[in-house]
Design a protein around this ligand. Structure first.
Ligand code: GDP
Ligand code: PGA
Ligand code: MN
Ligand code: MN
Length: 614
């Protein structure tokens, strides 16, 4: 049996509550060894993973990993929020009693680490010294070395991050057990997997996957689900699936900060890494704060709404990342960055990597190339030629220090003031390029009724149109009505309220399916318009569903778009919106305790739409 006390002491981890926690799970899982890790162990762990064949080199200072073929995305069905209070049950959080789930998970985990090392990962999900740091501290245990390597890239990892706790028992206990992936019945009625956040006990119990979104517990389970629950219980903050960017205007010397939620695989990372389009680059610079999670709170001394990114790295979608769409991403995963790729195509002879959209055509010489499942491309039968080389949800993982446009103050304890909150998603019709909303309740209402196509980031969901409140549907920790009220309370307490907006980069031509808006770097243009609107420099055109830009107000210098497409993305289709309002009413009626202010906003918009001329 592992000598837990000796391992923790050797790492300088003196917290008696950590010892008690690690000892409990080492005993339960039957771990043979216990090893505390910190970011400084990275090079050694990389070498061990290479020696064990868990990673393969992808050029100099870059690595490739392949996951089990049924373990490539988050599972929403198997994800559960458990508490001791049935009042925490919502529509989307798959609530179950803690008393039922804990023994069930402990049963699954019993003996699972026999003969294995249990890695202990102390982590912090905030910039050091941030006022939310007390809620951001955790200790993950895991049996999988590549999970450790990903955690080191995605979070601040090391025993030192546990030292500043006022109450030494207040860290999140995050237990990850991979299980025998080949015998878990993924996606069948006998599915063995469970991903449980016991939110009111601040304990995360995940069994049955080593895919990032299920296994990096600091990121998804703590950064989003646990954070959301804690933020509500403490009445102090919001934890949201938001990107967070800075826009610097070199002409006026002004800095703006925008955060916003789009469902997984709908453009957050690309927006955060955005390089200003050539025509605007001389005046504006976009800086990266975060691409997947933001915690928001009100600074009591200034009264401003503040935001910070709890993460330390990027877990990005590889598909369609290239020099044109996202040169910043390519630089952040270049050789020497210690980036890790998962489930892309790999050539073990040349150590090259490829994914759909990396170049227009896949490598012409298929010799040596393996697809994401490890099958040689050259052996493909006729009829298999259309199969993708990389999994659509293949990913890259890299630390923030590698991101060329990382904000100089991303590590600052204070966080940054928020000027605008945007929502968006993949919506093929109806949603214009951007519509701005000044009113808080209408903005929150708009976020709650975010409807978009689900993506390959969740198992078996691609293309399904569904509501995804604030892009948090997979991460909802408590009831949606209570969530809406908490959101109104937090943002409503700010003295200088942010402007809201709904954006859509994904409207398509109904006939040939092309994207009407070029997207990517050009997405800066509608965001600049939004900031100008907030500053009173432009007026836009008021519609029932918000203010939309006129063609003249948008800076379109150098944009490749037809007059007809431009007209479509800057207009409101009244009948289509009226249809939508009926769906929204049904959607909102699903939730208990929805604040009256949200219903009033809904009725106001519906009425204004009736009044609108066709
Ligand atoms: P995230 O998961 O929300 O962070 O989304 P990503 O930024 O990783 O993007 C997911 C997918 O959407 C990638 O394949 C991107 O290439 C694609 N994407 C991102 N932004 C745009 C855009 O503005 N237009 C189009 N057409 N595709 C985009
Ligand atoms: P994404 O992050 O939103 O960038 O896809 C991972 C996830 O949400 O699963
Ligand atoms: Mn996400
Ligand atoms: Mn992303």
């Amino acid at each position: 049996m592992a000598d837990v006390e000796a391992a923790l002491e050797a790492a300088g981890l003196k917290n008696p509550h950590v010892l008690e926690y690690v000892r409990f799970y080492a005993d339960l899982t039957g771990a043979e060894r216990v090893e505390v890790v910190s970011a400084e162990d990275d090079a050694r762990l990389i070498q061990e993973a290479l020696d064990a064949g868990e990673l393969e080199p992808a050029g100099e200072g870059r690595y490739y990993s392949r996951s089990y073929h049924k373990d490539t995305a988050r599972s929403e069905e198997r994800t559960i929020v458990a508490t001791n209070d049935p009042k925490d049950k919502g529509v989307y959080n798959n609530w179950r009693p803690a008393s039922e789930m804990k023994p069930l998970l402990h049963d699954r985990m019993r003996g699972a680490f026999e003969g294995k090392t249990m890695y202990v990962i102390p982590y912090l999900m905030s910039p050091p010294g941030n006022e939310l740091a007390p809620w951001a501290t955790g200790v993950q245990v895991t049996d999988t070395r590549t999970v450790v390597l990903h955690m080191i890239r995605m979070s601040r990892v090391g025993p030192e991050f546990l030292e500043d706790l006022d109450d030494p028992s207040q860290f999140v206990r995050a237990v990850h057990v991979t299980g025998d992936l080949e015998h878990l019945g993924q996606g069948t009625p006998e599915d063995q997997r469970y991903f449980v956040t016991v939110a009111d006990e601040r304990t995360i119990l995940h069994f049955g996957s080593s895919y990032g979104g299920n296994a990096l517990l600091g990121k998804i389970a703590h950064g989003l689900r646990q954070g959301a629950y804690d933020g509500w219980a403490s009445k102090k903050f919001l934890a949201e699936q938001y990107m967070l960017i800075g826009i610097h205007d070199k002409e006026t010397g002004t800095d703006y900060h925008i955060c916003g939620g789009f469902p997984s695989a709908s453009g957050k990372t690309n927006l955060a890494m955005m390089l200003a389009p050539d025509a605007l680059g001389e005046r504006y610079h976009v800086s990266f704060y975060g691409d997947d999670i933001a915690w928001l709170w009100v600074d009591e001394s200034t009264g401003r709404l503040m935001g910070m990114n709890p993460e330390y790295g990027v877990f990005g979608v590889a598909k369609d990342t290239n020099e044109g769409t996202n040169p910043t991403a390519l630089a952040s995963i270049a050789e020497g960055t210690q980036a890790i790729f998962t489930n892309i195509a790999y050539n073990p002879q040349t150590r090259e990597v490829w994914w759909e959209g990396r170049t227009k055509q896949p490598p012409a010489n298929t010799a040596g190339w393996l697809d994401w499942t490890g099958s040689p491309i050259a052996d493909r039968e006729r009829g298999e030629a259309e199969l993708p080389w990389a999994h659509p949800n293949s990913r890259f993982t890299t630390t923030l220090d590698n991101v060329p446009n990382i904000a100089t103050d991303y590590n600052a304890a204070s966080g940054v003031p928020i000027d605008a909150i945007i929502f968006g998603g993949r919506t093929r019709d109806r949603e214009p390029l951007i519509r701005a909303i000044h009113d808080l309740a209408e903005g929150v209402y708009d976020g709650l009724t975010l409807g978009a196509e689900a993506t390959f980031a969740a198992e078996g969901k691609e293309g399904v149109l569904r509501y995804d409140p604030m892009s948090n549907r997979p991460f909802m920790a408590y009831g949606e009505g209570d969530y809406a009220q908490h959101y109104l309370d937090i943002v409503g307490a700010a003295t200088d309220q942010p402007i809201f907006a709904h954006v859509n980069w994904f409207q398509r031509d109904p006939d040939d399916g092309h994207f009407l808006w070029p997207g990517y770097r050009d997405n800066l243009r509608p965001l600049l318009w939004l900031l100008q609107l907030r500053n009173g420099e432009v007026k836009g055109r008021q519609t029932a569903v918000g203010i939309i830009p006129t063609e003249e107000e948008l800076n379109l210098e150098g944009v490749d778009i037809s007059a007809e497409d431009l007209k479509t993305i800057l207009s409101i289709n009244k009948p289509r919106w009226q249809q939508e309002m009926a769906h929204r009413e049904e959607h909102l009626a699903l939730f208990d305790n929805m604040p009256e202010a949200i219903w009033e906003a809904h009725r106001r918009v519906a009425e204004a739409l009736e009044q609108e001329s066709d």
